[in-house]
Design a protein around this ligand. Structure first.
Ligand code: ADP
Ligand code: ZN
Length: 193
């Protein structure tokens, strides 16, 4: 086994929808760009809410990004990089252990790897890929939104269909915005049935 290169690290930005994960990723990447470090932002192809060539926060901040379907594509275009950022990691099509191995390989090469993604799905179950990355990351930041019902800190993404909680057997990944998802706290969250 080769010794990991110095400087490599994994940073995970997690939380529910509207918690500011993309804003935080953009903030960190703007600093990286000011420091003129070779960097690239990647965004899963599945996330078609906004222009595919950008990551965009709900508040409107945008940054150029390269659409990818798999962590392999990130590995293939990371040779010249010091920093690689992946937004909406939960949308990558790979199995959780493949995502984990890919991010570990990047960090072992000496890259700073910044990933942002949902820690829980709409059923409030952990996203396995995010869960595993959090365990090995050098830094984990959990962000909070504001509960639309009571104003407390929100940690959960409520998916609604015609104003009612989506059933538990609905697809895990459905791209949508305020029409489909609400940020809610533990006590205002209504479990999927
Ligand atoms: P995430 O990537 O976590 O979904 P974004 O960075 O895209 O979040 O968006 C965060 C922004 O969403 C906030 O700065 C705010 O303007 C907006 N927003 C909309 N609804 C809420 C909410 N319920 N709580 C907090 N912020 C919200
Ligand atoms: Zn609440």
């Amino acid at each position: 086994m080769t010794r990991p290169s110095a400087g490599g690290r994994i940073e995970v930005i997690c939380g529910c929808m509207y918690s500011g994960k993309t804003e935080e990723l953009i903030r960190r990447m703007r600093q990286v760009m000011i420091a003129r470090q070779p960097c690239r932002v990647f965004t899963p192809r599945l996330d078609t809410r906004y222009s595919a060539q950008h990551v965009a926060s709900h508040a409107g901040a945008r940054l150029e990004a390269i659409p990818v379907s798999s962590i392999k594509e990130v590995l293939a275009s990371a040779d010249d990089l010091q920093v690689a950022a992946i937004d909406e990691l939960h949308f990558l099509e790979d199995a959780p252990d493949v995502i984990l191995a890919g991010c570990q390989a990047l960090a072992d090469r000496g890259l700073r790897v910044i990933v942002a993604g949902l820690d829980q799905d709409y059923r409030a179950d952990p996203f396995p890929g995010m869960m595993q990355l959090m365990a090995v990351a050098e830094q984990v930041d959990k962000l909070y939104a504001i509960c639309v019902r009571c104003g407390a800190y929100a940690t959960r993404s409520q998916r609604l269909i015609d104003g009612r909680p989506a059933p538990a057997d609905a697809p895990t990944l459905v791209v949508g915005g305020l029409d489909l998802y609400e940020a809610r706290c533990r006590s205002c969250y209504e479990p999927a049935r």
